[in-house]
Design a protein around this ligand. Structure first.
Ligand code: FAD
Length: 377
């Protein structure tokens, strides 16, 4: 088969590798708008077991990633300087650029080199391809073709993805007040020298802050002041760090004729549950398996991909939307006492199973039960 992949992000690069590895007679072309070694954002995080699927299906790629990742075992909530540790909630992280480099190496090992600096405006050049895959992210040109019936809605909070050279010891959620209202930062190191620092605020605070009318540098200065005690003098750095609202993308149809969508082009999962990249990689695996199973019967392969992936995905996307909803109201939650704040944070994507939590997070649960005992006296 002759296959075109639009987009050389995690989904596109990994799919290219898997297709070629599984069937060397496929011809695979990848078109990426950016030059090689150039991307947006900083590090991405995966929950402890989020990459288990990769270890099962593709241990070689898993083994390449693991040594490049930062790992930690606790999550920290910092509410106005009061810190609560959620022990045993482990995560691992990697720079987005480093992840893309590793996936590019895997791709080169099977003989495919993406065509970089090739932005596609439409799909007119693809008439002789058997399959066109839209792995082109949020503003997908493939998704704009008729037949997918997609819907995009914006969440109300505003956020920006910054970085900083301060390497934080663990994934931390810091909540601070500003003269305009509450701000939150999700921050964690993704290498020995760098951390991700995503800052978020609600719509009312965004409007009061006047952030939309000032320059990037002025916004950075204001954020450095709000999070001065967290950053301890280390400046924020930007990499296409635009302030925006998170788009929730959903598609009724995952494929149409000989076109199919994967990754962020198909669906988004709010970054507060750190799953978008993992979902993108899982989509690539599921699509490559369906193609391998059905051979040249492309329509059956695409149907299988959609049928098997849709239920898994909708569960995770629902959890991510629940979590995003908690963030839409984080200013109100900040009025809770720290232990109750932590409890509501934990329950943001669904009810907590306290018995299970006692095994996962024994110290946190002991602290919470003690707090409940104290306030009931
Ligand atoms: C603030 C923030 C924090 C995040 N943190 C995490 C996290 O901690 N963990 C996690 O798992 N996920 C995280 N994500 C989500 C993650 O970044 C995405 O889900 C993931 O990048 C999706 O991969 P993708 O390959 O589908 O799309 P992308 O990474 O968007 O890749 C799409 C590629 O297509 C290219 N492209 C687009 N249009 C064209 C065109 N017309 N022609 C050619 N090329 C084109 C783009 O340049 C890009 O390289 C975060 C997202 C945000 C916004």
């Amino acid at each position: 088969m002759k296959i075109a992949i639009v987009g050389g992000g995690p989904a596109g690069l990994y799919l290219g590798y898997l297709l070629k590895r599984g069937h060397s007679r496929h011809s695979v072309d990848i078109f990426e708008q950016n030059p090689q070694g150039n991307t947006w954002g900083f590090g991405v995080v995966f929950s402890d077991r989020a990459l288990d699927f990769l270890n099962l299906d593709d241990p070689e790629t898993y083994q390449r990633l693991i040594p490049k990742m930062e790992h930690w075992v606790d999550l920290k909530l910092d509410l106005l300087g009061e810190q609560i540790i959620l022990d045993g909630i482990g995560f691992a992280s990697i720079g987005r650029l480093q992840l893309l480099e590793i996936l590019s190496e895997r791709l080169t090992s099977v003989g495919v080199t993406p065509e970089f600096s090739t932005p596609l405006k439409d799909l007119s050049c693809f008439h002789d391809y058997d399959l066109v895959v839209g792995a082109d992210g949020l503003n997908s040109v493939v998704r704009q073709q008729p037949g997918f019936h997609s819907e995009t809605r914006l969440l109300s909070n505003f956020f920006a993805w910054y970085g900083t050279k301060k390497p934080f010891d663990t994934l931390t959620q810091s909540f601070r007040n500003s003269p305009w209202g509450p701000f939150n930062a999700h921050h964690y190191r993704y290498s020995k020298e760098m951390s991700t620092f995503i800052i978020e605020t609600n719509l009312e605070t965004w409007e009061r802050s006047g952030f939309s009318k000032i320059t990037d540098q002025e916004r950075i200065k204001a954020c450095e002041t709000i999070f001065a005690d967290v950053l301890e003098g280390e400046p924020l750095v930007q990499n296409r760090s635009t302030w925006r609202q998170f788009p929730v993308i959903q598609c009724e149809n995952w494929f149409h004729e000989n076109m199919v969508l994967i990754g962020d082009a198909l669906h988004t999962a709010h970054f507060s549950i750190g799953s978008g990249t993992r979902l993108a990689l899982e989509d690539s695996l599921a699509l490559s398996k369906a193609i391998r199973f059905h051979g040249t019967d492309l329509q059956s392969a695409l149907k299988t991909f959609e049928k098997e992936r849709k239920p898994v995905l909708s569960k995770l996307v629902d959890a991510s939307l629940q979590s995003a909803k908690w963030y839409e109201n984080f200013g109100e939650h900040m009025n809770l006492p720290p232990w109750e704040f932590a409890e509501s944070y934990l329950a943001r994507a669904g009810r907590i199973d306290e018995e299970r939590m006692k095994t996962i997070s024994p110290k946190f649960m002991a602290g919470l039960l003690q707090y409940r005992k104290n306030i009931s006296i």
